[in-house]
Design a binder for this molecule. Structure first.
Ligand code: NAD
Length: 354
C-alpha cells in the first residue's frame, strides 16, 4: 500500500511514519507544513528508505495536494495534520480554524476528486482515516462512565471545537459523497518526540532545568493515557480492518489524575537523574490558576476497537512512562534546541491536551 500521512513530522504522525516504514512493507508519504510543532528529526531515520518520502505542503493548498495525489496514487490517507495545543487555541484560535477545519475540508475535497477518478477495484479499497481526539466529547464527571462511539459531541475549547467540526466534515463527506472515511477519537498520547509543551514532556524538561512544574487547579483533572506506539498500531489496524462510515474510540484504559502523572514523572527522575542539590523534583510542583473551560475528566471505552478490530493497548502506563522519561534523558540534543528557540517551555504549559 501507498499511504499518505498528513502531519507526519509531528508527534503522532512521525510515530505512524516510523511504524509504516519499519513495521510494514507499505510506503509512507509524509505531507507536513512544518509548523513550530514539527520536528523533522523524528523521521530522520527514514530519510534513506525508498519507502519514505517527505513533501513540505500545507493541507490548505488544494493544488499542491492534488499534485501529490496524482503523483503518488495512494491507497489511503491518514490525516493527522492539525494545530494541537489547547492553550495556544485559547490564545489564538485563528490557526486552529484555518488548519483543523478549512484544511480538513480542503483535504477531503482533494481526496474526493482523486478517489472518484480511481478504477472500481482501487476505489473500493481506498480509505481516508481522519484522526481525532476524545476532547470532542467534552467533560465527564467523576462517576459519568466513559466515552464511547455513541457519546454526544460537546467540545469546550477552540481546539476541541475545531476538531469536532473536522470530524463532522469527514463523516459528511462519507455520507454525502460516499468517500470511504473512518474517524478515530483517541485519548491523550505520551511517548518519545512529543513537543515539550505538553504535560509529560514539559514536566520532564522543566524538572531537569530546575523550573516550576505548573499544574492547573489542584491537579485533580483526569486524562486517559495511551502510548503513541500503541496509537500508531491502532491506526494501521483501523486502516486494514475498520469500516468506512464508522468511528472508533481509542484508548489505553489508563485513567490518571494530572497530579499523579506529574508525581510519577518526579519519582522516576528522582531515581534516574537525582537533583544535583539533593531533594526531590516534587518540590518544584507549583499549582496555578485553572485553565478557562478546563474539562474535568476524559475516559475512553475502547471495547469496539478491541472486539471488532482485534487491537488493544500493549504498553502498561507505568512502564511506558519510565521508557518515555528515559528517552527524554537520553535525547536532550533533540529537545534542548526546541526549548532554546523559545517555542517550548512556556511558563504555564503544563497542561493536559488531547
Ligand atoms: P503535533 O502538534 O505534534 O503535530 C502536528 C503536525 O501537523 C506538525 O508536524 C505540523 O507541522 C503539522 N501541521 C500543522 N498544520 C499543518 C498544515 N496546515 N498543513 C500540513 N501540516 C500541518 O500533533 P500530534 O500530537 O501529533 O497530533 C496529531 C493529530 O492527532 C492531531 O490531529 C490531533 O488532534 C490528534 N490527536 C492527538 C492526541 C495527543 O494526545 N497528542 C490525542 C488524540 C488525537
Amino acid at each position: 500500500m501507498r499511504i499518505i500521512v498528513t502531519g507526519g513530522a509531528g508527534f503522532i504522525g512521525s510515530a505512524v511514519c516510523r511504524a509504516i516504514v519499519h513495521g510494514t512493507r507499505h510506503r509512507a508519504v509524509n505531507i507536513d507544513k512544518l509548523t513550530y510543532a514539527a520536528t523533522p528529526q523524528s523521521t530522520a531515520g527514514l530519510a534513506g528508505s525508498p519507502r519514505y518520502r517527505f513533501c513540505r505542503l500545507d493541507i490548505g493548498d488544494r493544488a499542491g495536494l492534488q499534485a501529490v495525489l496524482a503523483d503518488e496514487e495512494p491507497d489511503a490517507i491518514i490525516h493527522l495534520a492539525a494545530e494541537s495545543h489547547v492553550d495556544r487555541s485559547i490564545e489564538g484560535p485563528a490557526a486552529f480554524i484555518e488548519t483543523n477545519i478549512v484544511g480538513t475540508y480542503t483535504l477531503l475535497e482533494a481526496a474526493r476528486r482523486y478517489w472518484s477518478g480511481l478504477p472500481d477495484t482501487r476505489r473500493e479499497r481506498f480509505r481516508v482515516l481522519h484522526v481525532s481526539t476524545d476532547e470532542v466529547y467534552g467533560s465527564l464527571g467523576p462517576d459519568d462512565g466513559t466515552f464511547t462511539e455513541a457519546s454526544p459531541y460537546d467540545p469546550s475549547s477552540p481546539y476541541s471545537a475545531s476538531k469536532a467540526s473536522a470530524d463532522h466534515l469527514a463523516m459528511a463527506w462519507q455520507r454525502t459523497y460516499g468517500l470511504p472515511v473512518i474517524v478515530s477519537n483517541c485519548s491523550n498520547n505520551y511517548g518519545p518526540f512529543q513537543f515539550p509543551e505538553k504535560l509529560v514532556p514539559v514536566t520532564i524538561v522543566n524538572a531537569l532545568d530546575g523550573m516550576d512544574l505548573p499544574i492547573y487547579g489542584r491537579g485533580d483533572n483526569v486524562r486517559d493515557w495511551l502510548h503513541v506506539e500503541d496509537h500508531a498500531r491502532a491506526l494501521l489496524a483501523l486502516l486494514a480492518r475498520g469500516r468506512p462510515g464508522e468511528r472508533y474510540t481509542v484508548g489505553g484504559r489508563a485513567e490518571r489524575r494530572n497530579i499523579d502523572v506529574v508525581r510519577a514523572v518526579c519519582g522516576l527522575l528522582d531515581r534516574l537523574a537525582p537533583r544535583s542539590g539533593g531533594g526531590s523534583y516534587l518540590e518544584q510542583i507549583a499549582f496555578v490558576a485553572d485553565r478557562a473551560g478546563h474539562d474535568f475528566r476524559y475516559a475512553i471505552d475502547p471495547g469496539r476497537i478491541e472486539d471488532e478490530i482485534g487491537w488493544r493497548a500493549l504498553e502498561d502506563f507505568s512502564s511506558g512512562l519510565e521508557r518515555t522519561v528515559r528517552w527524554y534523558l537520553d535525547n536532550e540534543a533533540w529537545w534542548r534546541p526546541l526549548r532554546q528557540a523559545g517555542a517550548a517551555g512556556r511558563g504555564k504549559a503544563a497542561a493536559p491536551v488531547g
